[in-house]
Design a protein around this ligand. Structure first.
Ligand SMILES: *Cc1c(COP(=O)(O)O)cnc(C)c1O
Length: 224
């Protein structure tokens, strides 16, 4: 199931059914470099990692230019320095403090780090992400930072049995995305809406996702 040819083939089949304006990010936690290489062989251009160390190992093995490397897991502030050196984009910014820390490290490297604001679209108490009603204020606060650039929003959505239950949360995130776009806040360019996973990506695409983050449907089930 998880051999290289099987993964590459599964990726090709899946990509064939995805609209051309939606990008598929391979959510690669727990996968080997060889499995990730197979997904890239099948046509994947974006690879998402949850942990800095795990990502570092993969990037060392496959090379920086093998894919666009995106952080999709929660970023602890003591890992910001390493993350800014490693990733092409950070999808999980949910506070001004975190954005400021990224901004400082990116400035040292003389680069601008593309970021997404992570929205806690289901208002789950233990979940990362900014609340929907606080998202626009956070975007306004981050926008002036010179070494980060907001490119859109990301959301996880609640873990539910029926993907239809996630639809309202995806729809609300899309409404926020559109609202931010029309506000035309200087230096914010709303072009990425990252939402939808293996069980929910068709719904996310219907609700306007431009990136879907897929693990299980590309690589097979994760070992526990
Ligand atoms: C694991 C993960 C995914 C993909 O999960 P699957 O259900 O395996 O597709 C997407 N986004 C994030 C942030 C993840 O951690």
């Amino acid at each position: 199931m998880s051999g290289r040819p099987a993964i590459a083939e599964r990726v090709r089949e899946l990509l064939a059914g995805i609209p051309a304006d939606v990008a598929v990010l391979a959510a690669a936690k727990t996968r080997t470099a060889s499995e990730i290489a197979a997904a890239i062989e099948g046509g994947i251009r974006l690879v998402g990692q949850n942990y800095v160390q795990e990502a570092q190992r993969t990037v060392d093995l496959l090379g920086r230019d093998a894919a666009e490397w995106r952080l999709i897991g929660h970023l602890q502030r003591n890992k910001v320095k390493a993350a800014v050196r490693l990733f092409d984009a950070i999808e999980t910014v949910d506070s001004l403090r975190l954005a400021e820390a990224i901004d400082r490290e990116a400035a040292k490297l003389d680069r601008v780090m593309p970021i997404l604001i992570e929205v806690n679209s289901a208002r789950e108490p233990q979940k990362a992400g900014v609340l929907p009603e606080e998202t626009i204020d956070l975007a306004r606060a981050i926008a002036p930072l010179r070494s980060v650039r907001i490119e859109g929003l990301m959301t996880m959505g609640p873990l539910v049995k029926d993907p239809e239950e996630i639809r309202p949360h995806f729809a609300e995130t899309k409404r926020l995305f559109d609202e931010l776009a029309v506000l035309r806040i200087p230096r914010i360019e709303m072009r990425i809406l990252s939402m939808g996973m293996s069980d929910s990506y068709p719904v996310a695409i219907e609700e306007g996702a431009t990136i879907v983050r897929l693990g299980t449907v590309l690589f097979g089930p994760r070992s526990p």
